[in-house]
Write a protein that binds this ligand. Structure first.
Ligand SMILES: Cc1cc2nc3c(=O)[nH]c(=O)nc-3n(C[C@H](O)[C@H](O)[C@H](O)COP(=O)(O)OP(=O)(O)OC[C@H]3O[C@@H](n4cnc5c(N)ncnc54)[C@H](O)[C@@H]3O)c2cc1C
Length: 307
């Protein structure tokens, strides 16, 4: 195992540890969560979206939360999703919505999750907006795809995410291409065993490009979600060679990461969208961002010494 992989495994294990969770949740904004999270409230998120819009960058808002255990929490998450869509419409910011199915009750009851999601997507349809279903760990992929397909039969304003570290994603892309699914392609942020996911970066990157190219070639809208400049460059070269129109794809990055690259792509005329998370349940999201880059842990330690 490489040092980077080891660090990633340790941080992702800590993400599930209650004592660490309590500690980080208490001090996290001081430790640096603020760098990756727009704030506690919907108002903070709308303000961050407005600022990005002024730089020519679109947004997808995410009310943080996942793995809810009570039906009431799942219904509340759907209510918040509707509130986000209404706030987007009222404020006039250029943003859609991203959400996670375990936030809407996937682990409690897939039917409850489906009803909650349908409520959010139907409100988005009324407002001419769009909902993206984030992809969680591999154990939830089959149920997430099933719910997406069921909803896609009724609504066109809903999209999904595929992770290039999973072996299964190539077959999923082929199936979803036939449904003309709007896909966001990412590398994948969870700790996965080698039985289901490529352990090596080179394979994850190669599969990333295969997925992006296949989905674009099939004429489907594709969100190229990565901060990896090499992959972004190759996606641009492919789009030019294959004469993919600029309105068939967009680049997506996370709030607070590679801001210069976000702006330079927007200035070059590409559509760029930033994922803006907000809310109090930021701990697992923050830990995934730390796991992606060992330097982020040093950044947290520096803040700890300063606090
Ligand atoms: C818009 C968006 C939505 C996403 N949605 C999902 C999802 O639904 N499901 C899912 O599993 N994953 C999701 N991810 C996360 C994704 O799977 C990766 O974990 C994450 O994007 C890091 O991989 P990378 O493609 O940027 O490439 P990497 O090879 O990890 O990074 C390339 C370069 O980007 C920069 N970088 C990357 N991560 C960080 C960081 N945390 N802090 C600072 N710099 C960094 C560094 O300069 C690094 O060298 C999403 C990512 C984005 C951008």
């Amino acid at each position: 195992m490489t040092t980077a992989n080891l660090g990633r495994t340790i941080v992702l294990s800590l993400a599930g540890n209650r004592a660490v969770s309590n500690l980080v949740s208490r001090y996290g904004f001081k430790l640096g969560a603020r760098r990756f999270v727009a704030g506690d409230s919907l108002a903070d998120a709308i303000a961050a979206a407005g600022e990005l819009n002024r730089a020519g960058i679109a947004v997808t808002l995410d009310h943080l939360g996942e793995l809810v255990a009570e039906p009431e929490e799942a219904v509340n998450a759907a209510t918040e999703g509707v509130a986000v869509l209404d706030a987007i419409a009222q404020s006039g910011v250029d943003s859609n919505l991203s959400l996670k199915l375990t936030q809407l009750g996937l682990d409690i009851d897939p039917e409850l999750c489906w009803r909650n999601l349908r409520r959010v997507v139907s409100r988005a349809a009324e407002l001419h907006n769009f909902v993206r279903i984030d992809m969680e760990d591999s154990s939830r992929v089959p149920a997430t795809i099933e719910i997406f397909k069921r909803l896609r039969a009724e609504y066109s304003n809903v999209g999904l995410v595929l992770q290039s570290y999973l072996y299964r994603s190539e077959a999923d892309q082929r199936e979803l291409a036939a449904l003309k699914a709007n896909l966001r392609v990412v590398k994948g942020a969870y700790r996965e065993p080698k039985e289901v996911a490529y352990p090596g970066k080179a394979d994850v990157d190669a599969n990333y490009l295969r997925l992006v190219k296949a989905h674009l070639r099939a004429g489907n809208y594709t969100a190229v979600a990565t901060h990896d400049e090499k992959l972004i460059g190759e996606a641009i070269r492919f789009a030019e060679e294959a004469r993919i129109p600029l309105d068939r794809f967009e680049f997506q990055m996370l709030f607070g990461i590679r801001k210069g690259l976000q702006r330079s792509l927007a200035e070059r005329g590409f559509k760029v969208r930033v994922y803006v998370p907000y809310g109090r349940q930021w701990y697992p999201y923050f830990m995934r961002r730390l796991a992606e880059r060992p330097a982020n842990i040093l950044f947290v330690l520096r803040n700890l010494l300063r606090a």
